[in-house]
Ligand binder design. Structure first.
Ligand code: ADP
Length: 953
């Protein structure tokens, strides 16, 4: 029933030998074929055996069911195509693996499952099959998602539903492809040269790239040729090579030398083995190139020698380096044991002792740390480094793990470097760095501040109301707005100018001199007034301040100049100068006060007048001149006038420093400021003392004339009485004397009265003459030297009788010595004493009259004291005036002309002294007078002595 499918694709057989599935496929195909035939047979039987129809149908149904089940579950791609390559059926396996649904494929061309570029190939295979052949198609299937599935399809012709059809059974050969590629790669990409050769002929069938690389032959140069023909065997061909290529069935690692195409000798190891493929024996050879290995081993020998040499060097290094080197072994238990430590380390205060576990040699306080470090290196399996401080030293430590063949760490090498000094240096550097950073920051800040303040100062400079310029030593010049405005130039114009261009020519030498002195350091700043030239040609007066700025080395850097325009001030000063000249030289006194009335200035005339100095007056009020002489009312009204801005005129009685009074006609003018307020007062004073005096004198003269007139009347009245009384007595009694009947006694009595009255009359006339002489300035003094005591005693004698008569005691007291010689006019002195004693006795009826003198310095003071009626104070001055009497002439009890005290006063003054009194009404009086102790006659007076004497005579 089953037709055996002959499998004669020998080329593929080699690969399929090992594949059990291949047989299954054949069986499968046979099964399909068989089933088809069975169906055909069944159909034929159906016609023949109608009777068995029911049974047959059942069988068919079952068979179909079986077929369908088989068709769909078999692990192969099965499909049926009609003669136009349209899919009439396809199994579930194919549908599933290709990612389609059955309905999507049935009715479609098989091309839907194949890459378009292979459709032509598919078409030609189909044509062949439709002629009744069976063929293999290697065109892959493409899944719905576009993945190509390597596939091997066996296609054969058959009838499906009585129509010529193509049956396809496809097998997924992905796995096969993979193993084929694997083996092929193993061969081709093997790093060792691989050769597949015919065992009998030795001809090369296949070589790999490594072979070409090793010996320099291209594949095409060797395939089909025996090795002997390639010249790869040296002439003295070794046994090994021969055996390798020709000899025994198996050789392993036979060392040989081969020659490359370029003649290079290659040291190789050859292994070879025979293999049988489909009854044929092939030889598979592998050649290892050991040329490099050889070279390496030679190098190793050399290296070993070098290593030995190095070891010695390392040992020296180990022993002599200053770094601490120690080698720690790790025990099986994972503990750290010191294997070795170099001398540098052993000198350390605590050292790792050879052979000790670290717990045994590291001080307990460090053990945790040391152990921790080793564990870190051990567990991390890599070098670690760290810095640590131990007992004041600072170490930089590196721990290296030593990894053995079995990948275990079995050792740790530690290298510690004492970096105490470096650390200190680094710390120091760090600090310096920090300091530098701070410094830098400060500098930056300072720079900001400087920039800021530069801005501020630039602003300040530019906007200063004073003209400012900066002139550098190189002559370059910078000026601010005010400076340019003062001189009338623009910034641009100013930029091209030097200070000389704007300085008034005559002032250039002075300025030059100032600049030089600043540069020479003779002065530090200069302030002066200087003339400049305005752009319009006018002279500008300016107050100049120059300061020389020096740099830190003291070298001159630039001049800072400040200009203040004082042209107006200078001009007004000129004006003021003219005015002040006028004031200074004014014929009137001028005083200037401030708004408060405090004196600021007075001119020379005022000073010479007032006797004050300007210093004494400055700041004081003018009132000092007239204190108490201007009424409060007048004073206030004056200020009211002035405050209202008006000029005040009036007269003051002022007073000089030495208390002389003088009168001034005063004009006070307020000076107004621009704003109308009073800034000063100008007071001009004209001396009117003389005029005032003239007026006063006139008034006085007038009053005197009136008084004289009054006195004259009184005098005449008085005199007439004083003269008439004795005259009446003389006339009356002289007439009686002519009576012949007059007795002798009466005659004597009458004669006596007449004589007394004549004396009285004479005395009065003498007094009148004396006073007239004094008042006419004709009384002269006659100085002689005499004993005062003697003279006073005589006066005393003279008055004793009168005093006794009045029952008044008369005493001459206070005699200085027995004799007291003085030089003066004796007659006048005695006259004064006599006058005072006469008055005293006249006005004293009880008590006493004392008189005498005392010496008071250069003067002799006389006194006449009485206990008489006294004189009330209001008359103390008056009684010395001629004809003055306390009693009015109408009610007189006491005689007298009222001339005695006038004469006395006149004489005392003539002798250079003065006269005064003390008296209390009703109690008594003391009259005093003084004369100089030694009064030489004045020259002018001597001439008049004779006059007086003659007058007296
Ligand atoms: P008289 O000739 O009137 O005394 P005087 O000039 O001597 O003139 O004196 C003037 C007046 O002074 C007297 O009239 C008398 O009023 C008064 N007087 C002078 N001396 C005395 C005195 N010792 N006691 C009282 N009154 C005196």
């Amino acid at each position: 029933m089953f037709r055996t499918v002959s499998v004669d694709r020998c080329a593929n057989n080699i690969r399929r030998v090992m594949d059990i599935k291949d047989r299954t496929k054949e069986e499968l195909l046979q099964t399909v074929e068989g089933l088809k035939n069975e169906i055909d047979t069944l159909k034929a039987s159906h016609e023949r055996h109608l009777a068995e129809r029911l049974l047959s149908e059942k069988i068919i149904e079952r068979t179909q069911l079986n077929f369908t089940s088989f068709f769909n579950t078999i692990d192969e791609y099965l499909f049926v195509l009609d003669e136009h390559a349209i899919i009439t059926n396809i199994n579930d396996t194919a549908v599933r693996r290709l990612g389609y649904k059955k309905v999507e494929l049935v009715g479609q061309s098989i091309f839907i499952l194949q890459p378009p570029e292979r459709h032509a190939e598919v078409t030609s295979i189909m044509a062949k099959v439709l002629q009744g052949n069976t063929d293999f198609c290697m065109v892959p299937f493409v899944t719905k998602t576009g993945v190509q599935v390597p596939i091997e399809i066996k296609v054969s012709f058959g009838m499906w539903n009585n129509k010529p059809s193509i049956f396809g059974a496809a097998k997924d050969i992905s796995a096969l492809k993979f193993s084929e590629e694997k083996f092929s790669k193993l061969f081709m990409m093997n790093p060792s040269a691989c050769i597949l050769s015919d065992f009998e002929t030795h001809k090369f069938i296949e070589v790999n790239d490594a072979f070409s690389m090793l010996l320099g032959f291209k594949k095409s140069e060797v395939i089909g040729k025996p090795p002997a023909n390639l010249g790869i065997f040296p002439k003295d061909m070794e046994e090994g090579i021969f055996r390798a290529f020709l000899g025994e069935s198996k050789i392993t690692n036979v060392e040989a030398v081969l020659l490359a195409k370029n003649g290079d000798q290659k040291q190789v190891l050859i292994s070879a083995e025979n293999i049988q493929i489909q009854d044929k024996i092939f030889r598979f050879s592998i050649i290892y190139d050991i040329t490099e290995l050889r070279k390496k081993s030679e190098e190793l020998v050399l290296a070993k020698e070098t290593a030995d040499d190095n070891e010695i060097r390392y040992k020296q290094l180990f022993d002599n380096t200053q770094d601490h080197i120690y080698i720690i072994d790790i025990t099986k238990e994972g503990r750290f044991r010191v294997l070795d430590a170099n001398p540098a380390h052993l000198q350390h205060t605590w050292a790792l002792r050879k052979g000790d576990l670290i717990e045994e040699c590291v001080p307990p306080e460090f053990i945790e740390r040391v152990k921790g470090n080793y564990e870190r290196c051990f567990n991390g399996r890599k070098m670690i480094s760290f810095e640590e401080s131990i007992e004041g030293f600072h170490f930089f430590t590196q721990l290296f793990p030593i990894i053995g063949h079995n990948n275990d760490i079995y050792r740790i090498i530690g290298i510690s470097r004492d970096i105490t000094k470096e650390k200190q240096l680094t710390d120091q550097l760090k600090r310096h760095n920090e300091e530098l950073t701070t410094l830098n920051n400060n500098l930056l800040r300072a720079k900001e501040i400087i920039t800021e303040s530069e801005k501020k100062f630039r602003n300040l400079f530019e906007n200063s109301p004073e003209g400012k310029s900066i002139m550098r030593i190189d002559g370059s010049f910078d000026s601010n707005r005010a400076y340019r405005e003062i001189l009338g130039y623009s910034t641009e114009e100013m930029a091209t100018m030097t200070w000389m261009d704007t300085t008034y020519e005559e002032d250039i030498p002075y300025t030059k001199n100032v600049l030089q002195e600043l540069i020479d350091g003779k002065i530090s700043t200069a302030n002066y007034e200087n003339r400049f030239l305005h752009k319009n040609g006018n002279i500008v007066w300016a107050m100049v301040s120059i300061y020389l700025q020096r740099n830190i080395y003291g070298e001159p850097e630039f001049f800072i100049t400040t200009l203040i325009d004082i042209t107006n001030r200078i001009n007004s000063e000129k004006k003021i100068k003219t005015l002040s000249k006028a004031i200074e030289q004014s014929p009137t006194s001028i005083m200037i006060t401030d708004a408060n009335g405090d004196i600021e200035y007075v001119n020379d005339l005022f000073l010479s007048f007032s006797q004050y100095s300007l210093e004494e007056l400055k700041g004081r009020k003018p009132r000092i001149f007239n204190k108490g002489h201007l009424s409060e009312e007048d004073y206030n009204s004056m200020w009211d006038t002035l405050r209202s801005g008006k000029i005040w005129r009036g007269e003051f009685q002022n007073r000089t420093k030495d208390n002389n009074f003088y009168w001034e006609n005063v004009t006070i003018s307020p000076i107004h400021d621009k704003d109308g307020s009073t800034s000063n007062y100008i007071i001009s004073l004209v001396d009117v003392t003389e005029r005032r005096k003239m007026v006063d004198d006139l008034i006085e003269a007038k009053e005197k004339a009136q008084e004289s007139d009054r006195l004259k009347t009184a005098f005449l009245h008085n005199i007439s009485h004083e003269i008439r009384t004795p005259m009446n007595a003389i006339v009356g009694f002289s007439g009686l004397l002519t009576d012949p009947d007059l007795d002798h006694q009466r005659r004597n009595q009458f004669t006596d009265i007449i004589v007394k009255s004549s004396d009285q009359l004479l005395s009065i006339i003498n007094d009148i003459i004396k006073i007239a002489s004094i008042e006419a300035g004709q009384a002269k003094i006659n100085v002689t030297e005499f004993d005062l005591n003697n003279e006073l005693e005589q006066v005393y004698e003279q008055f004793t009788l009168v005093a006794d008569k009045q029952n008044v005691s008369l005493n001459l007291v206070s005699m200085v010595s027995d004799e007291y010689w003085i030089e003066t006019d004796q007659t006048k002195l005695i006259q004064v004493v006599t006058n005072l004693l006469t008055n005293a006795l006249k006005f004293t009826t009880k008590g006493y009259v004392n008189f005498g003198y005392t010496e008071k310095g250069d003067e002799i003071e006389f006194f006449v004291e009485d206990t008489g009626i006294g004189i009330s104070a209001e008359f103390h001055e008056e009684i010395f005036q001629r004809f003055r009497q306390v009693e009015s002439s109408e009610a007189r009890t006491y005689g007298g002309s009222g001339l005695g005290l006038s004469i006395s006063k006149g004489y005392v003054e003539l002798l250079g002294g003065k006269i005064w009194l003390k008296s209390v009404l009703g109690k008594g009086s003391v009259f005093y007078f003084s004369i100089p102790r030694k009064s030489a006659p004045k020259r002018g007076d001597i001439a008049r002595i004779t006059d007086y004497n003659s007058a007296r005579n």
